[in-house]
Design a protein around this ligand. Sequence first.
Ligand code: UD1
Length: 317
Amino acid sequence: MAKILVTGAAGFIGSHTTDFLLAEGQTVVGVDNLRTGHRENLTAALRSPRFALHPLDVAAPGALAALVAAERPDAIIHLAALVSVQESIANPALNFSLNLQATHLVAEAARASGVGRVVFASSAAIYGDGVAQPVREAAEKRPVSPYGAAKLASEDLLLGHGACYGFTVRCQRYFNVYGPRQDPASPYSGVISIFARRYREGKPVAIYGDGRQTRDFVAVRDVARANALAATRPGLISGAVNICTGRATSLRELAEIFSTHNPGVAAPTYAPARPGDILHSLGDPASAGAELGFKATTAVAKGLAELISETAVPLLS
Ligand code: UD1
């Protein structure tokens, strides 16, 4: 069994990845500054003797390096980030610090302590718009947001470090991840978390643009498994793969699924498209299958039905 350091462990993807690794019998060193993560996401993990949470900021120089030197993990899964495209547009300086500078500190910590593998939370946002769909990893990268640009630069930074100093780098290009614990609190939150909350409260959702934009929605439990594979599968060499389903769902279809489960909620309203918003984002999952042995198994209709029933407010009787 391995010791894995997970940055962003109290976040949405980080907490599911932590739970998955612990269930496999691995030891997890969690790191989170709790800016957008929540300790409650780790309620189950914190009961495990194989888990500890370190409340530190990955972007603070020296902090992570000291922990990595003390813990000597076999791998680092770097998930701590500013997660929203829209927030990166509103605050590009914070995006630079959290999504690029912090990656450099992770790469340096790995180099200094001889960590064998780094898994990085990259994004479909690196491809930008107008790429042939489904997008393959070799496609031209034309990010259209500070977020996409920082994720792309981070991939290169890590891959260069890994090639030079001798560690394996696995870049996971997540498409649109959804599931339990995704925080709907901010206007920058993932669309499924926002829709789930609005429908639950009986309020209509807003669709930005004409609703014909599409996304490849991948369930967080599948993503957690993909992260565990990237961190622990023997014999992997450095590379980047899409973490996606290969199925497109439009925003209109998404709203329809929610209204089927919540009849009586008023139809969606329409608002202008968001700047920096990609029109279509559909991934080709073949490389993740070939390189990691990963295939997403949760269809969006099933994943949403589970999410809706899990978060439903129980009726008072
Ligand atoms: C998402 C992720 C990002 C990831 C990227 C990969 C979040 C917050 N962002 O960005 O981390 O790297 O996928 O491609 O999870 N929308 C509405 N109504 C709403 C909210 C959103 O119509 O109330 C629309 C948006 O305009 C957009 C789509 O839903 O067209 C998806 O938006 P969002 O969930 O914010 O994700 P992405 O921008 O695709």
